[in-house]
Ligand binder design. Structure first.
Ligand code: ADP
Ligand code: MG
Length: 253
């Protein structure tokens, strides 16, 4: 996508679980080369919104458009194939494989049905291609010095960067990050912020669910605030920080 193009367009999306409206007619968009923060107190509906965008959950009403096409209603695998990648709050990796192997395997699994067939059917050139791709993406997140370390020996910060590298292997246009700074040390958060800024400079669009307000205020271009499933406000980091409604939602004042 060209800079400024509409990449993600969430339009009046609603998700009802029985009597509970977890996401109540939410609308917002993400443009190419933008980092948008999605914040709000626990239970606000952020994770549900992620699941609606990625097709993990079906929506009740509304629609999600990705690069101009309606993707709501498509299977999550198809939405991923079109260029929506995500990381999870809890890192999933194989601890006794190397960093490089973990990313290569993740890249391979994305296009296939199961881990077992993935392991059995890899031919040599395909394996080499995946390893080169994985090394390239690990370099983008600054982990080129750790390719052959066991993933199980990584500190939390590098684990999160590994996850991001794996997500990047599908060549996505949109990256959804679910609390990437949770449990990170200050230095690790700074490294993460640097990676996110670098990806943005390369044209990546990012939707960031994050509780660490310092990171959110530091790296985002635009912030959407949810509360009890509703769209409370949106604006620049400065506008959100100054909003009495946001202060009330967070601090109860
Ligand atoms: P957040 O990520 O902002 O903390 P969630 O999207 O996880 O919020 O949850 C929003 C609301 O929806 C909460 O009240 C939660 O209990 C409810 N909820 C989430 N998933 C389900 C589900 N599968 N079934 C029923 N209720 C759910
Ligand atoms: Mg959540």
């Amino acid at each position: 996508p060209a800079p400024g193009d509409l990449v993600l367009d969430v339009r009046a999306v609603r998700k009802q679980f029985g009597g509970l409206i977890a996401v109540n007619d939410i609308s917002f968009s993400v443009r190419a080369g933008q980092i948008v923060g999605l914040i709000g107190p626990n239970g606000a509906g952020k994770s549900t919104t992620f699941n609606l965008i990625t097709g993990v959950l079906g929506l009740t009403t509304g629609e999600v458009r990705f690069r101009g096409d309606v993707v709501s209603g498509l299977p999550s695998r198809e939405i991923a194939r079109r260029g929506v990648a995500r990381t999870f709050q809890h890192v999933k990796m194989i601890p006794d494989m190397t960093v490089l192997e973990n990313v290569a395997l993740g890249a391979h699994l994305r296009g296939h049905r199961g881990a077992l067939s993935a392991m059995l059917r890899l031919d040599r050139p395909e394996e080499q291609r995946l390893l080169r791709e994985a090394a390239h993406q690990l370099q983008r997140v600054g982990m080129e010095g750790s390719l052959h370390e066991l993933a199980g020996n990584l500190a939390m910060g590098p684990q999160r960067l590994l996850e991001i590298a794996r997500a990047l292997c599908s060549d996505p246009a949109l990256l959804l990050l679910d609390e990437p700074a949770a449990g990170l040390r200050h230095k690790e958060k700074q490294a993460l912020a640097g990676v996110l800024r670098q990806l943005r400079a390369e044209g990546m669009s990012i939707l960031l669910v994050e509780h660490d307000m310092d990171l959110v205020m530091d790296v985002t271009d635009h912030i959407v605030v949810m509360e009890f499933g509703t769209h409370l406000m949106e604006g620049t980091p400065a506008e959100v920080q100054q909003s009495p409604a946001v202060r009330a939602a967070y601090l109860g004042t």
